[in-house]
Design a protein around this ligand. Sequence first.
Ligand code: HPA
Length: 237
Amino acid sequence: MSTPHIDAGPGAIADTVLLPGDPLRARHIADTFLDGAVEVNACRNMLGYTGRYRGMRVSVMGSGMGIPSCAIYATELARVYGVRRIVRIGTCGGVGDVELGDLLLAQAASTDSHFNRLQFGGHDLAACADFALMRAVVDTAAAQGIGLRIGGVFSTDCFYGGDPDLTGRLLQHRILGVEMESAGLYGLALREGIQALSVLTVSDHLQRDAHMPAAQREQGLSRMVALVLDSLGAWAA
Ligand code: HPA
């Protein structure tokens, strides 16, 4: 069993997959959070691991950057490996009153990508998160006293360039952050009949010359991963 991009064996990938963009982050998460983690994918160095978190079987794998890369992996995970839920864990640029280090749940994802339109007859798809996954993270964060921002994000195909008036448009539509994957992930999850959610740490800010220092970034990402893993455990139990 394999796909053009994943060479894991049958049953090697858990029903639930955490999907960071960076494959080395997947390895770090497996090393830090999972018991008995084994490498299940190294095709194209898009490292993937399966282990257990508090007894719950879970996988973590890189997705690469941008909707096309993320969608290749998420689609193959769903169609070929039977993955039922995918939680993207990533970073985003903040907009408006969002602060560096804030944790953001992407309730819905707008986009300048045509990925969903290509699959939806040119119409606009409301690319939204899975409600049960959102509720699990919201409830767990509340129980742990962790603050969350919940709202829209914008998934852009252009890290550089693109719409010069984008920031104003995002502010006008109460969008909280910019990243590059969620709209595609949410659209394909709806089509494939799987659950998806993006949980994002604000690593920089579109209107301020501000970036999270490396140490704070690491801490923020660990906090986000722990919250997601605790949420999935509580939800699956
Ligand atoms: N733009 C797109 N993707 C991002 C950004 C950004 O400003 N920050 C983190 N991921």
